[in-house]
Design a protein around this ligand. Structure first.
Ligand SMILES: C[S@@+](CC[C@H](N)C(=O)[O-])C[C@H]1O[C@@H](n2cnc3c(N)ncnc32)[C@H](O)[C@@H]1O
Length: 297
């Protein structure tokens, strides 16, 4: 086990303030994680309300379930948030009033070497948020075609110059299939000139790992499935908040909302973390808090 950094919830006060939680809200948190935001959400509800927490990481959702067991109106489910409507039905509701997503991975996931999410630790090339996921990162790098790999690096992490990286992956795996994060890191190292700049190397590693993680967990597909369901299951006064962490995922949300007939951005549209938060919590640096509401009829 790696030593875990505590996951500091991003933009906690902004999220809570803008969700404007009422005691009887029906709130869905699709990325419950280890409950950093949940804590404050639950304090705002009473037994007339309903909280549905979902996470596809079994360790995270088990932890949250146990942590908040004294709240009788809180229910936790191990699932993908793209299935959220199932749990509205379970609780005999047709709509939600509040919906919150804090996209991406948690510090726990990044810092646990055995999960393979981080280029900073040696671990298996795994990267599955859900251990039941049929594909892991090893399978992606060792079996995908050159064209698919190139598309993944380009579309999921905006790595434009990826030809040498893809060529090196394909050449290496012919004789020695990649097994570990270190194997991948070594290929990244020989694919670019970093001019002895460690920061540039680290940035490229982060981008490559991000792209593979998005592919393994089909992150964009699940966001794309969820967005139309938000239109369908939001009640008339619903508020939806989504924290995004990179431009590719933020673009998906923006494009969808701009063409939506029933949802729109709140006039504030987007809030960014304060300078103090960015200094104190490096994970918050690229965060954007998108606030979405129902259009008036
Ligand atoms: C950034 S963390 C959430 C942290 C949480 N807000 C907190 O402050 O403790 C994101 C969590 O969302 C989960 N996750 C990401 N995509 C998901 C999806 N499509 N369905 C369900 N859970 C997902 C991850 O497993 C991870 O635990």
């Amino acid at each position: 086990m790696t030593k875990h950094n505590i996951h500091i919830p991003v933009m906690l006060d902004d999220v809570i303030e803008n969700l404007s939680i009422q005691k009887n809200d029906r709130i869905i948190e699709g990325t419950a994680g280890f409950g950093g935001h949940t804590q404050k959400i639950l304090k705002k509800l009473d037994k007339s309300g309903l909280y549905i927490g979902i996470d596809q990481d079994k360790t995270a959702i088990s932890h949250s379930k146990n942590q908040f067991k004294e709240y009788p109106f809180a229910h936790h489910y191990h699932d993908n948030f793209s299935n959220f409507e199932t749990y509205l039905t379970t609780h005999k509701h047709a709509t939600f009033t509040k919906f919150f997503l804090d996209l991406g991975i948690s510090s726990y996931q990044i810092d646990e070497a055995s999960r393979g999410f981080s280029h900073r630790f040696d671990g298996p090339l795994d990267m599955r948020m859900n251990i039941n996921n049929p594909i892991d990162a090893k399978e992606v790098v060792n079996t995908y075609s050159a064209e698919s790999l190139s598309n993944i690096f380009y579309h999921y992490a905006e790595i434009r110059h990826n030809k040498k990286l893809v060529d090196n992956l394909i050449q290496t795996r012919k004789t020695t299939p990649l097994k570990t994060t270190t194997d991948l890191r070594n290929i990244i190292k020989k694919s670019y000139f970093f001019h002895n700049k460690r920061s540039l190397f680290m940035k490229t590693c982060s981008q490559v790992f991000q792209a593979l993680r998005i592919e393994v967990n089909q992150e964009f597909k699940h966001i794309e499935t969820t967005l139309p369901k938000l239109e369908k299951y939001a009640n008339d006064s619903a508020i939806i908040i989504i924290l995004t962490f990179h431009s590719c995922e933020d673009r998906l949300i923006k494009q969808f909302i701009k063409q939506s007939k029933t949802l729109e951005f709140n006039p504030k549209s987007v809030i960014k973390p304060s300078k103090i938060e960015r200094t104190n919590n490096s994970r918050s640096r690229s965060a954007k808090c998108r606030i979405i509401q129902k259009k008036l009829p």
